[in-house]
Design a binder for this molecule. Structure first.
Ligand SMILES: [Zn+2]
Length: 211
């Protein structure tokens, strides 16, 4: 009789422990989601930032609205990336962001990039970072096509996405009116991640030799 009671009590205790563990995991997951959601924001760039081109080069901020300060937020997200970084970009000339991608490769992050074929093949495209990125271990794919690969989005560790109007260029961050959106909404992030993978499978060509 007593052993039956002891067995029931033992099983109950085990069940309580399991429930507690499950709740603990749920809390951890919620905390992680909250932490990611706290990173969400929209960053705007405008024509008052033309002089910030120099601040990007010298890495000196001229104040809270400085392009370098705004870009530093995006660079920090890249520097936080642990395992995968998938990037679609029409045109890339911003050295600050290219360097952040190279640092990611150096610490073992798998960095994949889709790039517009016309932009990749245009050797007159002064400042294009694509060859430099390829030399620094970024896997780049493109594809000749009648239309442009005009996306600008990044998926970091499958948990955070960065998108918006801006190409990653000096012109975009220091002169144009542009927006950049950082989101951790899982529904949006998964759609970007799925679309990247579909495009990655379609864009099977390495860069043209002239790129
Ligand atoms: Zn500035």
């Amino acid at each position: 009789m007593y052993w039956k009671i002891a067995a029931v009590l033992g099983l109950s205790a085990a069940a309580v422990t399991l429930v507690e563990y499950f709740l603990y995991l749920q809390r951890l997951k919620l905390k992680e989601v909250e932490k990611l959601r706290a990173l969400e924001r929209v960053i705007f760039f405008d024509d008052t930032l033309q002089n910030c081109r120099e601040h990007l080069t010298t890495e000196n901020s001229c104040g809270d609205s400085c392009s370098f300060k705004k870009l530093s937020y995006l660079i920090a997200r890249i520097d936080d990336c642990l395992s995968t970084l998938d990037l679609c970009m029409f045109l890339m000339t911003c050295h600050n962001l290219s360097s952040a991608l190279a640092r990611a490769v150096e610490r073992g992050v798998k960095v994949r990039m889709l790039y517009d074929h016309d932009m990749a093949g245009n050797t007159h495209n002064y400042g294009c970072q694509i060859r430099w990125l390829r030399r620094h271990g970024v896997e780049v794919r493109t594809r000749p096509y009648a239309h442009h690969m005009h996306h600008k989005f990044v998926v970091l560790d499958g948990r955070l996405a960065i998108t918006g109007s801006a190409n990653w260029t000096l012109q975009a961050f220091c002169g144009n009116w542009e927006n950049v959106v950082v989101t951790a909404d899982p529904r949006l992030v998964h759609q970007f991640a799925d679309t990247f993978q579909e495009l990655w499978d379609m864009f099977t060509e390495a860069l043209p030799e002239s790129a």
